[in-house]
Design a protein around this ligand. Structure first.
Ligand code: NDP
Length: 494
């Protein structure tokens, strides 16, 4: 395989300094699909130096006015749209997800660049009425880019997670070093080709390919990086936050979850079943906000679980390119992790209702597939209720009262998301207000929008992606005070 995907540093494609490469595997069939640079900290340092020169040296991008930065972002959005099918096929082959889900991701990624192109041309900052103890003054605040930003994304939404971070970081005028997951870097490489064609000044956006510990960690520890944002596991988030303390860089963390999906007996049960499936089987359940704990009112539990199992058993499973309901799990390691969770749930006494095993029918034998799995009779001390699985596995528990449902929902160190299904509007709002989580849904589960802020409470992290908050994360606010009466103030006695 001659075509090795390289790092993009200072406007040039270049191999890892060591010359090392790593293999990218299609999880649907185990086939090698690409070789990519396998970078080390020395490569990341090169990229950081390029970003630092671009930001603090010439400063071309940060000095480009908002409307012209917006033009570039719009050109990037157009190019993503123009290459949408190719990018969707890449994400499906790289990650395993069904093609229609990959297509939706690419659409969303283009829309994300478009959204931040619009936002950066809107008023920012403010003008303040201030006291006149030192004579008449005028005070205002302006928003500035943070500087050099390190961005690290996971493998579950390859191009979309890249857009969630790169679009606002670039809109704000920062220079960035981006490290995608080692498992799914291919669409990011194409995105950087698009950046190059769109004319981003050299050093503004740099791409480093490699593993987290080898290539990513330097972004957290380097004193030349002003900010780091990360989406991934809580454990790695903790490592990054502790390394970032060295130069007190700004940190944004979007981490794991074990999110409750609360279903009351008065809900439309057929609708709740379908949304619960979207909540936990979408993207093979490899979703940080997955509604992986279903809390259902005891009186309707049997009916709900029977219907959920019936629908889960009917889901098609296969190579994402054939657009099944459920595609491949991203890697053998993740497959084994999921199967380990299933095994532990069984041994701890949860009742397996459906699924619960690797799926190997036909050509799936060569890939990493798991049948959609429902566990009933789960109790709060079981690992399946406490730990993030990141696979198509859901744990069902029952409650009798609203208060009990809320208490169970919040009984987790995580706080990313939660849902509530009921036909009682006042109850829906009461429950949502009590859920300690950053993203909530009423009578639906999982839709996300570029326009609205996304992020967690508690050990699901801090900071927000998307929406106006997403742009603010990548900005600093500077106070500017102007004397309207130049000359001596007369403060000190002569
Ligand atoms: P990680 O948190 O380890 O990886 C996420 C990203 O962080 C990847 O780009 C990874 O690089 C990078 N990374 C890993 N270690 C470091 C480090 N020391 N310094 C800097 N960057 C690092 O998640 P995994 O891929 O190992 O998945 C494990 C579990 O994490 C999943 O089962 C799931 O529970 C959770 N997870 C949560 C996600 C979310 O959206 N909140 C997303 C993905 C996983 P690389 O992969 O290249 O090594």
């Amino acid at each position: 395989m001659n075509d090795i995907r390289q790092n993009y540093i200072d406007g040039r494609w270049q191999p890892a300094l060591s010359g090392a490469t790593r293999e990218i595997i299609n999880p649907a069939n185990g086939e090698l699909i690409a070789l990519v640079a396998d970078s080390q900290a020395e490569d990341t340092r090169l990229a950081i130096a390029a970003a630092k020169r671009a930001f603090y040296g010439k400063g071309e991008w940060r000095r480009t006015g908002g409307p012209r930065r917006a033009d570039t972002l719009l050109a990037i959005a157009d190019a993503i749209k123009a290459r949408a099918e190719e990018l969707a096929l890449l994400d499906t082959r790289d990650n395993g997800k069904p093609l229609r889900e990959a297509r939706a991701d690419i659409d969303d990624a283009a829309a994300c660049f478009r959204y931040y192109a619009g936002l950066v041309t809107k008023p920012q900052g403010g003008v303040y009425e201030v006291s006149d103890g030192f004579g008449p003054m005028h005070a205002f605040a302006m928003h500035e880019p943070v500087g050099v930003c390190g961005l690290i994304t996971p493998w579950n939404y390859p191009l979309l997670m890249a857009a969630w971070k790169l679009a606002p970081a670039l809109a704000a005028g920062n220079c960035v070093v981006f490290k995608p997951s080692e498992l799914t870097p291919l669409s990011a490489v194409e995105l950087f080709r698009i950046f190059h064609e769109a004319g981003l000044p050299a050093g503004t956006a740099n791409l480093v390919l490699g593993t987290g510990p080898s290539a990513g960690q330097e972004l957290a520890s380097s004193h030349d990086v002003d900010m780091i944002t990360f989406t991934g596991s809580t454990r790695t988030g903790q490592t990054i936050a502790s390394l970032a303390v060295g130069n007190l860089k700004k940190v944004g963390l979007e981490l794991g979850g074990k999110s409750p999906n609360i279903i009351f007996a008065d809900a439309d049960l057929e609708g709740a079943v379908e949304w619960a499936m979207i909540g936990v089987f979408f993207n093979q359940g490899e979703v940080c906000s997955a509604g992986s704990r279903i809390l259902i009112e005891e009186s309707v539990k049997e009916r709900f679980v029977a219907r959920l199992a019936e629908r889960a058993n009917a889901m098609t499973i296969g190579d994402g390119l054939h657009d099944p309901d459920i595609g491949a799990i991203v890697s053998q390691a993740q497959l084994e992790k999921i199967l380990g969770h299933i095994e532990r749930a069984r041994s701890q006494g949860a009742r397996l209702v459906c699924g619960g095993e690797r799926y190997t029918a036909g050509s799936c034998a060569k890939g990493f597939f798991v049948r959609p799995t429902v566990f009933d009779q789960c109790t709060r001390e079981m690992d399946i209720v406490r730990e993030e699985v990141f696979g198509p596995v859901v744990a069902v528990q029952t409650f009798r009262t609203e208060a009990e449902a809320i208490e169970m929902a919040n009984d987790t160190p995580y706080g990313l998301a939660g849902g509530v299904f009921t036909s009682d509007g006042a109850r829906a709002l009461r429950v949502v207000k009590e859920i300690r989580a950053g993203v909530t849904w009423i009578n639906c589960y999982n839709p996300t929008f570029n326009e609205a802020p996304w992020g967690g409470y508690k050990m699901s992290g801090y900071g927000r992606d998307l929406g106006v908050n997403g742009l603010l994360e990548y900005q600093q606010v500077k106070q500017v005070n102007i004397s309207l009466q130049p000359g001596p103030v007369g403060w000190y006695r002569r």
